[in-house]
Design a protein around this ligand. Structure first.
Ligand SMILES: *[C@@H]1O[C@H](CO)[C@@H](O)[C@H](O)[C@H]1NC(C)=O
Ligand SMILES: *[C@@H]1O[C@H](CO)[C@@H](O)[C@H](O)[C@H]1NC(C)=O
Ligand SMILES: *[C@@H]1O[C@H](CO)[C@@H](O)[C@H](O)[C@H]1NC(C)=O
Length: 372
C-alpha cells in the first residue's frame, strides 16, 4: 500500500491518462497475485460420514476459504465448485501416470474430460502425483513425462497462462535440511528432481512441497523445541548464521537451497548467491490433534504433542507467518494449503494420520481458526 500511495503522490500533477493506465496495470498485477497469501485447505475424502461435496463447498464459502486442494478430479466436487470463488489445485492419482506418460493423446483427453469440461471452475494448478517416492515407487519414472504431456495438453487447450503443472513432494527427498542453507537433495534422487525443477523454472510453475514441522519435531524432539515446531512467536533460533522464527521457514529454505544446488552446483561454494528457482507452494501442512507423539519412555518427557490445543496453535500461527516470506525469499508470500478439511478415519497408517481435520463432519470447527 505504501508504494501505491507514493505512486499517486508522484503522478497527481501529471497526465491523468498515464496515471490511469499505471493504476490499471498495477490492479491487474495485484489481482493476479491477490490470493497467494490466502491459505487454502486440502479436501481429503478418505472418511466415512463426511458431508457431500455440495455441503463441503458451502462450508468453504461460509468460512471464507478461497482455495481448495483436491486429490483427484472427483466429478461431484468439480460440479459443486462451478461458479464458486474458490481456486482449485487438482491432483492426478499415481495409477493414471503411466497412461498419461505414454501418449500426448491420453493427456489431451484427460484435460478435455477433467479440466476443459468445467469452464466455470477456477483451476489454478495440477498436481501430477503426490508424495511419489523417487527411488521405490513403481510410478516414479512416469511423473516427469506425464507432467510434460499434461503441460502441453493445458497449453493446447489455451489454458497455459492460467493453470500451472507441477508435482507434490515429501521433504524426505532432502539429504540435509539443517542448517537450511546447506539443504540438499539426496544423491539418489537428483536424477529424478533435476529435470522436474528445470521444467518448473522454465514453465514458471511452483514446486509443491508437503511441509510438516509436526513430523520433524516428532522425529527429533531432542533438537527441536515444541514452540519452534508450533511456529510460536519469539521461539526463533540461529541456524547457519541466519535467524529463523520458526521451523516452517527453515524447512522451506532448505528446499530452496536444494533447488539452487541442483540448478547451479557452483552455488555450493558461494552460500550468499541466490540462484533463481521455482517458488515453493506448500501443498500440505498441518498438525494432528490426536494419536501421536513419542512415548514418554525416551526420557524427554514431552509425551504426546498431538493435541487439539497444539493443532489450534500451529494452524493459527501458520495463518500469520505465510503473509511474509522466508529469510531466503523475503519478498514472496507463501502459498499454503492446510491439511485437512476433515478427520479421515479411513486413512491408512498410524492413528495420528486420521486426526488432521480442522472441521468436524457436522461443519463445526474443531477449534477456533479464522481465514482472512
Ligand atoms: C479424468 O481423471 C480421472 C482421474 O485421473 C481419470 O481416471 C479419467 O480417465 C479422466 N478422464 C478422462 C476423460 O481422461
Ligand atoms: C536412496 O536413499 C535412501 C536414503 O538414503 C534409501 O532409503 C533408498 O533406498 C535409496 N534408494 C535407492 C534406489 O538406492
Ligand atoms: C541432536 O542432539 C544430539 C544431542 O542431544 C546431538 O548429538 C546431535 O548432533 C543433534 N543432531 C542435530 C542434527 O542437531
Amino acid at each position: 500500500m505504501a508504494n501505491l500511495f507514493l505512486l499517486s503522490m508522484a503522478t497527481s500533477q501529471k497526465n491523468l491518462n498515464v496515471y490511469t493506465i499505471l493504476m490499471l496495470g498495477l490492479l491487474m498485477i495485484m489481482s493476479l497475485h491477490s490470493t497467494v497469501g490466502e491459505v487454502g485447505v486440502c479436501y481429503g475424502r478418505l472418511g466415512k460420514k463426511l458431508p457431500c461435496p455440495k455441503k463441503v463447498v458451502s462450508l468453504y464459502k461460509k468460512n471464507n476459504i478461497k482455495k481448495m486442494r483436491l486429490y483427484d478430479p472427483h466429478q461431484p466436487t468439480l460440479r459443486a465448485l462451478g461458479g464458486a470463488d474458490i481456486e482449485l489445485m487438482v491432483g492426478i492419482p499415481e495409477t493414471d501416470l503411466q497412461h498419461l506418460a505414454q501418449c500426448q493423446c491420453h493427456a489431451n483427453a484427460w484435460v478435455a474430460g477433467n479440466i476443459s469440461a468445467y469452464p466455470d471452475v477456477k483451476f489454478r494448478c495440477i498436481a501430477v502425483g503426490n508424495e511419489i517416492n523417487p527411488s521405490s515407487s513403481p510410478y516414479s519414472s512416469f511423473v516427469f513425462p506425464a507432467m510434460q504431456n499434461i503441460y502441453r495438453a493445458i497449453c493446447n487447450a489455451g489454458l497455459g497462462n492460467q493453470i500451472t503443472v507441477s508435482t507434490s513432494i515429501k521433504t524426505d527427498v532432502l539429504e540435509k535440511s539443517s542448517p537450511p542453507k546447506d539443504g540438499e537433495f539426496r544423491s539418489n534422487v537428483t536424477g529424478y528432481m533435476k529435470p522436474i525443477v528445470e521444467f518448473l523454472r522454465d514453465t514458471n510453475a511452483p514446486l509443491l512441497v508437503n511441509v510438516y514441522p509436526y513430523f520433524a519435531y516428532m522425529n527429533d524432539m531432542k533438537n527441536i523445541s515444541l514452540s519452534f515446531a508450533l511456529l510460536q512467536r519469539n521461539s526463533g533460533v540461529v541456524l547457519g548464521g541466519v535467524y529463523y522464527d520458526n521451523l516452517f521457514y527453515a524447512i522451506l529454505d532448505a528446499v530452496y537451497a536444494a533447488m539452487e544446488r541442483i540448478l547451479d552446483p557452483s552455488s555450493l561454494s558461494v552460500s550468499q548467491v541466490s540462484v533463481p528457482t521455482p517458488s515453493v507452494t506448500v501443498s500440505e501442512t498441518g498438525h494432528s490433534s490426536r494419536g501421536g507423539g513419542k512415548p514418554e519412555s525416551d526420557g524427554e518427557g514431552d509425551g504426546d504433542a498431538s493435541t487439539v490445543e497444539n493443532a489450534r496453535i500451529y494452524n493459527n500461527n501458520l495463518m500469520r507467518i505465510v503473509k511474509k516470506g522466508t529469510p531466503k525469499r523475503p519478498d514472496s508470500l507463501i502459498e499454503t494449503y492446510i491439511f485437512a478439511m476433515f478427520d479421515e478415519n479411513e486413512k491408512p497408517g498410524p492413528e495420528y494420520e486420521k486426526h488432521f481435520g480442522i472441521f468436524l463432519p457436522n461443519g463445526k470447527r474443531k477449534y477456533r481458526l479464522r481465514f482472512y
